[in-house]
Design a protein around this ligand. Structure first.
Ligand code: DAH
Length: 350
């Protein structure tokens, strides 16, 4: 084997051994680099005669092209190998079954709220909202709650820092403050009408939402849900409230034979006041009286705080526990299940 063939064959085997592009470039330097063997041979031609240069130059060129061809072939092979490796790593088996992305659903208490809004909506009630961080004034004082009422104590109410009697300073303990907030707005909204001697349109509103109390066991959660109702007009009576609430309960529970009982009670913001009990005639709860709401005729002091004349306007209010309504409707026996966020429980309501 002559010298040139030897160089070509050692280049071919050096390139074949290079297993990465970096190895290959190092191997290339040994043959084609500044001091590589092919380059050195070319430099050596300077001392040759013109004739010798021609034949020697042609031979070196053939060798050089062979080395370059081997280099390019190896470059291509390494690049192909790299690409194959990548393709294999990213292999996608399109025949595999897809991964299910379970659909979500509404929380059972949200379902109750939606149901409530639809039923009361069909009876001419609008839906109002109020802030969950409420002012002492709306939560207690405007609702005729005396300064020394036990509900105001730190044991029952979550207070927040800052605030004052009229600025937000507590987490509302019930949805009743929305009664006053909404009525004040309503009175303002229809002021032009009443100033002109026209009667004010009736107030018919419900206010569902979150409420808070320092309380926690199987039937109490520090955060729970209530819905307030308010109906104020010039000619509304307890009979209307009883009819309204009976219709609501029968529609909500889908039981035509459900019966109601108003039991005398006390709330600072109503006089007289009544607790509303319901009774199913069939099913697992049949025959038991179940307390579901507080209600009453809005106290004259509260009517005044709404900006209305108690001699002229009479109103009825009610407040119900939405978590309790949800438990009764679906037969759930532990309130905490609603707030644990366990998908196995929640997915049953989809
Ligand atoms: N706010 C009362 C509570 O949380 C419930 C209630 C009772 C609301 C009587 C009313 C009502 O509107 O008239 O216990």
């Amino acid at each position: 084997m002559n010298e040139l063939d030897a160089i070509v064959s050692s280049a071919q085997s050096a390139f074949a051994q290079a297993s990465t592009p970096a190895d290959l470039e190092n191997a290339k330097a040994r043959f084609l680099g500044k001091t590589g063997s092919i380059t050195e041979l070319m430099k050596g031609m300077a001392a040759l005669s013109v004739e010798e240069k021609k034949s020697r130059g042609a031979a070196i060129n053939v060798a050089k092209q062979a080395v370059e061809a081997a280099l390019n072939a190896r470059r291509q092979a390494l690049a192909d190998a790299e690409l194959n490796k990548q393709l294999q790593a990213e292999a996608l088996d399109v025949t595999l079954p897809g991964r299910a992305r379970g659909t979500g659903g509404l929380h059972p208490v949200s379902l109750t709220m939606e149901r409530l809004e639809a039923i009361f909506g069909s009876m001419g009630f609008e839906v109002a909202q109020g802030p969950e961080i409420e002012a002492d004034w709306f939560n207690f004082t405007a609702l005729n709650t005396p300064e020394d009422h036990p509900a105001r104590s730190m044991h029952d109410t979550f207070y927040v820092e800052g605030g004052s009697a009229k600025a937000p300073n507590l987490l509302r303990t019930h949805t009743s403050p929305v009664q006053v907030r909404h009525a004040v707005q309503h009175v303002k909204q229809h002021k032009a009408l009443t100033d002109a001697g026209q009667p004010m349109p009736e107030i018919r509103v419900i206010a569902p939402g979150r409420t808070y109390r320092v309380d926690s066991d199987a039937t109490h959660s520090p955060m729970f849900h209530q819905c307030e109702g308010l109906w104020i007009g010039e000619n509304v009576s307890f009979k209307d409230l009883k009819y309204l609430f009976t219709e609501f309960c029968r529609t909500f529970f889908e039981r035509d034979d459900l019966v109601l009982r108003f039991r005398p009670s006390f709330f600072p913001f109503t006089e007289p006041s009544a607790e509303i009990d319901i009774q199913f005639q069939s099913g697992p709860l049949a025959g038991r009286w179940l307390e579901v709401a507080g209600s009453g005729q809005v106290h004259p002091n509260v009517v005044r705080n709404m900006g209305l004349d108690p001699e002229k306007h009479i109103g009825f209010a009610f407040g119900m526990g939405l978590d309790r309504f949800t438990m009764l409707r679906y037969g759930v026996n532990d309130l905490r299940l609603f707030f644990d966020g366990d998908i196995r429980f929640l997915s049953q309501f989809k």
